[in-house]
Design a protein around this ligand. Structure first.
Ligand SMILES: [Zn+2]
Length: 141
């Protein structure tokens, strides 16, 4: 899919702040994060949503999400909790039609800042945030 922005990231044509990658999935920071560290896990092979996503690859996306969630808790991101979410279909607020799992760090009592982040979605310093997560993921293995 040449017009797919996430396929562009998978192929290396488009830049991204990659925090994790393996043979099946790649994870990078959301350019408009709800909270600092908000990451997207995508399959390397294009699928537009749940209907055409290989369940085995879906499991690998979830597994990567679990590892990244651990890195969010153990690193300077300092997450107290994590939301894993997949928006499937326009009615569910899916905006990029290449399957992706949102991994969103949460902090105790962050209801208001989370709501504000949902509206403003400011990038902040993505490169330093990516470096923090990459380092935490490396120290996991
Ligand atoms: Zn794609």
């Amino acid at each position: 899919m040449t017009d797919c922005v996430f396929c562009g990231i998978v192929s290396g044509v488009s830049p991204a702040h990659v925090v994790y990658s393996d043979d099946d999935v790649i994870a990078f920071l959301d350019l408009s994060p709800i909270t600092r560290g908000h990451t997207l896990v995508v399959p390397r092979k294009h699928s537009s949503g749940l209907a055409d996503l290989d369940p085995e690859i879906g499991g690998k996306m979830f597994g990567a999400g679990q590892r990244i969630a651990g890195a969010m808790r153990s690193s300077a991101i300092g997450a107290d909790g994590v939301n894993l979410a997949m928006n499937d279909g326009r009615a569910a607020s899916q905006t990029v039609f290449h399957s992706h799992l949102h991994v969103v760090p949460r902090h105790a009592g962050d209801k208001l800042t989370f709501a504000k982040g949902f509206l403003t979605r400011r990038a902040g310093d993505l490169e330093s945030t990516a470096a923090v997560l990459r380092s935490a993921l490396e120290s996991q293995s």
